[in-house]
Design a protein around this ligand. Structure first.
Ligand SMILES: [Zn+2]
Length: 463
């Protein structure tokens, strides 16, 4: 049982506040400060990458918080780094709990932002900055919860491993290395995925959803070549129009509607929290995924289309070489998010069949992505995550979902380690600007997020 944090301190930052600031505990302030300090570090792939400095900040914070220095390693890889804390458990025969996250962030161009992306700013009840929601606040909450447990004299039964990657947003190599280090983990708790949703109007908790699977990422290249010629002598065959026809065919192609245990659960549960029209489509689809009307409604909803099956969309094109010449080449990238149960080659075959033009060369360009199967719907984590979310907000409905994006979980799932996305962030859907402009996280997530982490880490390391 977790001891609730008792010492309350009033947070006072800034002056003109539109919303009352939450009262934060000493732990809450520590998490906020750590999140702010880490946001100020430019942990973006490429020149001036400060991911190793984020790792050093975390390492020093953990040591100051009572962890022996030799339990922590920071390893550099090219311009980035990964960090591991291994807190030994009392029973060495038990498999470790791995808590997974990443320290890097997506690039951000200051000229496009209202506030400088690498200057953490607390305003109107939010912490603004690149990485605020993806995922430096989550890292700060996890580290603060671990320090809290250490201070309390907590003794885990199984090893607790905090494994933070340094290139999740780009090459994803360090996540693969971390999965190679812990193939014996009982489960992975990935703080980068899932989370709590707050009501748009009232800010009250609506539901918590954790992720038990993700779609497979694929980049598929289409290429047309042609001898070309003088633009004053056009022919029926033109590399660009051949490619354009194929792109329209892909756009119009209805990939088979599909359902699995995770998406069925999501549609049935989340239907309670949406508009009547969408709710009805979600319930109908959960019962019969072949219902064309329900499929049409869900596929017209960007946040839900990914849960209805494989999607493929053109993301880049290039072609031609001179204003006055028939094009000698035209190429496009098709980005697919493949429903679990199908391989990348299955989808390439499907695209080849619908395009039905042997003059178009089709090739798998995917890098750093593996095909994975859903993790079990029942087990220690699904049980513990329900309890943890309800420690944060009593009676909040908790249910599983499937992620449409790719995360470090795929490397662990590939090794057969059950991996679950269960972020400690509770926010409104409209506040989610991950990867986008003016990223922010509400300060109101700090206290429930800490209770969530304390409950989850205690449960999973003891049971
Ligand atoms: Zn992330």
């Amino acid at each position: 049982m977790i001891k609730r944090i008792a010492l309350l301190l009033l947070l006072s930052i800034g002056s003109a506040q539109a919303e009352p600031l939450p009262v934060l505990t000493r732990d809450g302030l520590q998490a906020l400060t750590l999140a702010q300090t880490s946001i100020a570090l430019h942990s973006v792939s490429g020149a001036n990458n400060q991911t190793v400095d984020v790792a050093e900040l975390y390492r020093k914070t953990l040591i100051k918080g009572g962890f022996p220095a030799d339990w922590i390693t920071v390893t550099r890889l090219n311009d980035t780094a990964y960090m591991v804390l291994r807190w030994p458990g009392q029973e060495q025969e038990l498999k470790p709990l791995v808590i997974s996250g990443h320290m890097d962030v997506v690039a951000a161009s200051p000229s496009n932002w209202t506030r400088d992306p690498f200057t953490p700013i607390v305003e109107n009840g939010y912490l603004y900055g690149r990485g605020a929601s993806d995922m430096k606040m989550s890292n700060a909450l996890a580290i603060t919860a671990l320090i809290h447990l250490r201070h309390e004299g907590f003794k885990p039964k199984r090893d607790i491993v905090l494994a933070l990657s340094g290139d999740e947003e780009t090459a994803m190599k360090t996540g693969q290395i971390l999965a190679d280090m812990f193939p014996d983990a009982r489960e992975v708790l990935n703080l980068d995925v899932g989370g709590g949703t707050l009501d748009e109007a009232t800010g009250q908790p609506l539901f918590y959803s954790w992720s038990g699977a993700e779609k497979t990422y694929a980049d598929i290249g289409l290429m047309v070549t042609d001898p070309g010629g003088h633009a004053s002598e056009p022919r029926t065959r033109n590399a660009i129009t051949i490619l354009a026809k194929a792109l329209l065919t892909i756009q119009a192609h209805p990939f088979r509607p599909e359902l699995n245990a995770l998406t069925r659960s999501y549609f049935l549960n989340a239907a309670r929290f949406t508009s009547p029209k969408l709710a009805s489509a979600m319930r109908v689809f959960a019962a019969s995924p072949d219902n064309a009307q329900a499929v049409a409604v869900l596929r017209a909803t960007p946040s839900l289309v990914g849960a209805t099956g494989t999607t493929c969309v053109v993301t880049m094109i290039k072609g031609g070489h001179a204003l006055n010449a028939l094009p000698q080449h035209a190429a496009a990238n098709i980005n697919c998010r493949i429903f679990p149960g199908h391989s990348r080659s299955d989808i390439i075959h499907e695209l080849t069949a619908i395009i039905d033009d042997p003059s178009i060369h089709i090739e798998d360009h995917s890098q750093g992505s593996v095909e994975t199967q859903p993790s079990p719907l029942s087990g220690p984590l699904p049980t513990a995550v329900t309890r943890a979310a309800q420690q944060a907000y009593p009676n909040i409905p908790v249910f599983p979902t499937m992620s449409s994006g790719a995360s470090d979980s795929m490397w662990f799932r590939e090794k057969g380690v059950p991996s679950y996305g269960a972020s400690p962030i509770f926010m409104k859907a409209s506040d989610d600007f991950s990867h986008g402009l003016n990223e922010r996280v509400p300060l109101s997530t700090i206290t429930p997020g800490l209770h969530f982490m304390l409950s989850l880490v205690t449960d999973l390391s003891q049971n």
